[in-house]
Design a protein around this ligand. Structure first.
Ligand SMILES: Nc1nc2c(c(=O)[nH]1)N[C@H]1C(S)=C(S)[C@@H](COP(=O)(O)OP(=O)(O)OC[C@H]3O[C@@H](n4cnc5c(=O)[nH]c(N)nc54)[C@H](O)[C@@H]3O)O[C@H]1N2
Ligand SMILES: Nc1nc2c(c(=O)[nH]1)N[C@H]1C(S)=C(S)[C@@H](COP(=O)(O)OP(=O)(O)OC[C@H]3O[C@@H](n4cnc5c(=O)[nH]c(N)nc54)[C@H](O)[C@@H]3O)O[C@H]1N2
Ligand code: SF4
Ligand SMILES: [Mo]
Length: 705
């Protein structure tokens, strides 16, 4: 029996697992003991990886849609040629930007690297990822505040903190192994605090829950900051040495009185003061945020207001502290730095001539052959398809027909495409609806490559099972298209994932995310390695858990962190008389993953999951409307769409709130096309809606349920 250590490619923890394999069958899966992230534990998704896409499929061949709507199976060579011809035809007729890609945060680092090279460098197209739906806010906030997209913490900080504040994060469901660290924490006077309009599973298990009004976080954070200033609690020494713009921030904060804070957040003044005191008295205060913050119309400023709290209290760069963004998908951290989409490989600017020359030299091409500007963001790509300017699209490892905000807009847009390639491990995902070609690829269980987790830790994915005849990986599929396009020499250095890893390492040299000291073999059977890990300085970086900013130096030109702030906006989509309630959305259960394509296949998850779209309603709201458990309601959204949901009744949502798990396509039928101004991340979590009890006989024909 062989033991192969590999990485769980669901959530951003990137737990390591030991797969035991005999005769090409996985006999058992054991969470890797001694691995710093998950040390012998894993959640149900990780330990079910042996039940997902493990069978060989020798008919894994490309499919091309015929005029009568049916699919014709062709050889891989023909498939590559077809795609390359279509791309050339479309770009020839309508220009380079008439073709686009939508990628993901779930492929390997090397697949991001190669896709970015073919699509962005060679073809000069726009490619954005579903990381935009998830981490764009944190990435922009980090860049502006710290000078680089560099989350500084290590998971150990959860064990070392005495005051752990979760803001818009529900790790009990979404990051169970992270929550396990919280449970392991035995600091004296440990306090777990949750700020979330909903009494989430994490709030239920916390010491303090602050059920604020939706999207009022920015008011709360400014009010807390102002109170800290008024009480002379800030750490003046830290502020003076390591930050800039605090004087301006202090002045700005003056109008954020306790009265205003209480009015906007619907918390009492006492509750806000209680938070202020806990932040002040905590010796090691850590702030952790996820999608309740990232997905909003003023999300970047909200994330920065959290960073500001950590900076003004000196809670950063020390054990158990930090303003810590929790990443969502398993490899969002790679897609943020190595996909060549929002920044040049390694985290530089597309406009920086020195970086351009360096990257071109590494790739052995002219710098003219590199992408020239950041990609159009996801929403603009969809809008340009709708407007008829983008005529061809290649999506891989994402299911936007389901997950994109206001998802009917995606469905409508793709009907206008002349060419639409879907590359996925399943041929049953909703996004295939109007595709003109389909590339089946193998899942992570048969792939090799590198992952980077939420605390900057690289780990190895290694093939647990071998590919069968005709089965290929994403890397090989992208390479095949690149070759068919005639890239020739421009792909010479990219023949294997390992080659690409070497290129990406070079791109990182002397950047904050320097990984030049990491080797392909060194990652295998390892404890993972956090960036930075520069060549020549391996000795000083031997600790299994390292954090950034311990020396108080940030990545801005002055090496100081910046206080960034702005007046809160008027809510562009407030509740109204017509739409008086708020639809909140998020993860439903530990077992279900996003659009469920993968976790549906795992029988013991599927067996206990609710089959149809449902949402949670407050007990009193249900009583007032004569609604009982598992009755159905018709929900009408401000975006003009409606959908039917089963109702589960609970006291854990507020009276005016309905909470819908995202695992059902109905959820994003109702979310609006509203984005943060800086990150363009969708505001998924606060849609004005109304509902009526759903009577079968009045079934409207346009309703899905
Ligand atoms: N089982 C499972 N785990 C997952 C995933 C999955 O699909 N299934 N997905 C992974 C991914 S990609 C991600 S991004 C993460 C997401 O992880 P989380 O962000 O922790 O999960 P969510 O449920 O999206 O949202 C967290 C909380 O934000 C709250 N919230 C809503 N509006 C507001 C607001 O205005 N203010 C505040 N303070 N809070 C608000 C919601 O009530 C919710 O409890 O989970 C990862 N883990
Ligand atoms: N209302 C609302 N909507 C949301 C959110 C929310 O909180 N509220 N959260 C948003 C967030 S944070 C995220 S991250 C997105 C997630 O949205 P998506 O990324 O669209 O969701 P997934 O179901 O993870 O889609 C991944 C796809 O990749 C396929 N796949 C898996 N492995 C491989 C592989 O190795 N290769 C290829 N080619 N395909 C593979 C799967 O079958 C699946 O179809 O949803 C967003 N949508
Ligand atoms: S916590 Fe995340 S990485 Fe760990 S096993 Fe579960 S899904 Fe996989
Ligand atoms: Mo995400």
């Amino acid at each position: 029996m062989k033991r192969i250590q590999s990485t769980c490619n669901y959530c951003a923890l990137d737990c390591n697992l030991d797969f035991y394999v005999e005769n090409e069958r996985i006999v058992k899966v054991l969470p890797t003991k001694g691995y710093p992230v998950n040390d012998g534990f894993a959640c149900i998704k990780g330990i079910s990886l042996d039940r997902q896409q493990t069978r060989s499929k020798p008919d894994s061949l490309p499919r091309i849609r015929q005029e009568d709507g049916s699919f014709k199976q062709v050889s891989w060579e023909e498939g590559f040629r077809h795609v390359a011809d279509k791309i050339k035809e479309i770009q020839g007729k309508y220009g380079p930007e008439s073709f686009a890609g939508i990628s993901t945060g779930q492929l390997t680092l090397e697949e991001f690297g190669l896709f970015g090279h073919v699509m962005r460098d060679y073809l000069q197209t726009n490619v954005d990822g579903n990381t935009r739906l998830c981490m764009a806010t944190a990435a922009v906030a980090h860049k502006q505040s710290y000078g680089f997209d560099a989350p500084g913490y290590t998971l150990k900080d959860l064990e070392l903190s005495d005051t752990i504040i979760f803001i818009g994060a529900n790790p009990v469901v979404a990051h169970p192994i992270l929550w396990e660290k919280v449970l392991k924490n035995n600091q004296k006077n440990k306090k777990i605090i949750v700020i979330d309009p909903r009494k989430s599973e994490t709030a239920v298990n916390a010491d303090h829950w602050y059920g604020i009004a939706w999207k009022s976080d920015l008011y709360l954070l400014y009010t807390i900051a102002n109170q800290l200033v008024e009480k002379e609690y800030p750490d003046q020494d830290f502020i003076e040495k390591y930050t800039e713009q605090f004087v301006e921030y202090k002045e700005f904060l003056k109008k954020y009185t306790l009265e205003l804070g209480a009015e906007k957040t619907r918390l009492s003044k006492e509750q806000i003061l209680e938070l202020v005191e806990m932040i002040h008295t905590g010796k090691r205060v850590s702030f952790w945020w996820t999608m309740g913050v990232n997905q909003g119309y003023e999300a970047v400023r909200t994330a920065q207001a959290i960073i500001n709290l950590a900076l003004m209290t000196g809670n950063i760069g020390k054990p158990g502290t930090g303003a810590n963004s929790i990443t969502g998908q398993c490899n969002a951290m790679s897609s943020r730095v190595y996909s060549n989409t929002t920044c040049l490989y390694g985290g530089g600017e597309f406009t920086d001539p020195v970086r351009r020359e360096r990257i071109a030299e590494i790739f052995g091409i002219s710098s003219e052959g590199l992408a020239k500007k950041p990609t159009l963001p996801y929403n603009r790509i969809v809008e340009e398809i709708e407007a008829g300017n983008i005529k061809g699209l290649w999506i891989l490892c994402t299911n936007p027909r389901h997950s994109w905000a206001n998802n009917e807009t995606f469905a409508r847009a793709v009907k206008k495409l002349e060419f639409f390639l879907v590359q996925d491990i399943y041929d049953s995902i909703e996004s295939m609806e109007n595709c003109t070609a389909y590339f089946p690829v193998v899942s992570g269980i048969k792939k090799e490559g590198t992952y980077i987790n939420l605390e900057r830790r690289l780990s190895a994915m290694r093939p647990v099972l071998q590919k069968a005849e005709n089965e290929i990986s994403d890397y090989e599929a992208i390479l095949g298209v690149g070759r068919a396009l005639g890239m020739g020499e421009e792909l010479e250095k990219w023949a294997t994932p390992r080659d690409c890893f070497e290129l990406m390492k070079e791109c990182s040299r002397n950047m904050p995310c320097d990984i030049t000291g990491i080797t392909w073999e060194g990652l295998e059977d390892s404890k993972g390695i956090q960036w930075p890990y520069p060549e020549g300085r391996e000795e000083e970086n031997q600790e299994a858990e390292r954090r950034l900013y311990e020396d108080g130096r940030f990545f801005t030109p002055s090496a100081k962190a910046r206080f960034i702030f702005e007046e809160p906006m008027e809510n562009p989509l407030p509740t109204t008389k017509e739409f008086p309630l708020v639809l909140n959305t998020g993860r439903g259960t530990v077992g279900q993953w996003h659009t469920q394509s993968r976790t549906n296949e795992v029988k013991y998850i599927e067996d206990v999951s609710i089959k149809k779209a449902y949402l949670y309603m407050n007990t009193k709201m249900a009583e007032d409307n004569n609604i009982e458990e598992m009755d159905r309601i018709l929900v009408q959204s401000v975006n003009g769409e409606r959908a039917v949901f089963y109702v589960k009744i609970t006291d854990n949502v507020q009276y005016e709130e309905l909470f819908a798990p995202i695992h059902y396509i109905e959820c994003n039928k109702l979310t609006p096309s509203l984005y943060d101004s800086y990150s363009k991340e969708p505001s998924y979590k606060a849609t004005p809606i109304r509902f009526t009890k759903y009577e079968e006989q009045e079934e409207p024909s346009d309703v899905s349920y």
